[in-house]
Design a protein around this ligand. Structure first.
Ligand code: G3P
Length: 249
């Protein structure tokens, strides 16, 4: 079954609101491609301006994080209905940087995933191993656990619409991309894990991205793999190169 590719940028903690409008205006014509889903996940303060700037284009705007409670005394957090209120369709959940610096766990990831679905936001659920785990040969086991916990109590219907981003931590921002074979091996194992939990229908529908030093030079080869349905792109999503990644063919 042919899955529609999804190519998302993760701006991380880059770009002020005024830089946001300028960057989207610059990238808009370059990322025009109706054959793939194009998502820009931007800092919370940039979201409203990004949505405004992206109007009339194929770009959809996502958030980089959200909280799992509805509202209340959670200083500094963003609630799901704040995102939907302005038209956000996607949210990155459990990026390794949030797990490392902001104490996110598989359990908080699961709560956020459930909450995102409750509000009709598509979660881009991140998983990935450290270099030590890869060298110890436990990468796939580790990722299977991350996936199983992230999807606890998620219905099959919602799971089929989720996006998973496989991001080996050692390949993020390092210029070191996983080889195409390494990336495909893990994305295939993730699909297998989803199949064990939900069956082949869901496994065939769910989209799995690769992330970690994706650039204009390696995107085509990575995205040609059977189980890689696009990319989650950091550094290169802030440059005109992102246009080449989106138009990788
Ligand atoms: O979420 C995207 C990411 O972590 C990869 O970043 O800069 O290696 O493309 P980068």
């Amino acid at each position: 079954m042919a899955r529609r590719k999804i190519i998302a940028g993760n701006w991380k903690m880059n770009k002020t609101p005024s830089e946001t409008t300028a960057l989207i205006n610059e990238l808009k014509p370059l990322v025009a491609n109706d054959e793939v889903d194009v998502v820009f996940c931007v800092p919370a303060i940039d979201i409203i301006l990004a949505i405004e700037a992206a109007k009339g284009s194929n770009i959809q705007i996502g958030a980089e994080n959200m909280y799992y409670e509805e509202n209340g005394a959670y200083t500094g957090e963003i609630a799901p209905n704040m995102l939907t209120d302005v038209g956000v369709k996607y949210v990155i959940i459990g990026h390794s940087e949030r797990r490392e610096y902001f104490a996110e766990t598989d359990e908080t990831v699961n709560k956020k995933v459930l909450k995102a679905f409750e509000h009709g936001i598509t979660p881009i659920i991140c998983c990935g191993e450290t270099l030590t785990q890869r060298e110890q040969g436990i990468a796939i086991d580790f990722i299977r656990t991350q996936i199983k916990i992230a999807f606890q109590n998620v219905s099959a219907e919602n799971a089929a619409n989720a996006v998973i981003a496989y991001e080996p931590i050692w390949a993020i921002g390092t210029g070191k991309t996983a080889t195409t074979a390494q990336a495909e091996e893990v994305c295939k194992a993730i699909r297998e894990c989803i199949k064990e939990v939900y069956g082949s229908d869901v496994a065939e529908k769910i989209r799995i991205q690769y992330g970690g030093s994706v650039n204009a030079g390696n995107a085509a080869e990575l995205f040609a793999e059977a189980d890689i349905d696009g990319g989650l792109v950091g550094g290169a999503s802030l440059k005109p190169d992102f246009g080449k990644i989106v138009n990788y063919k």
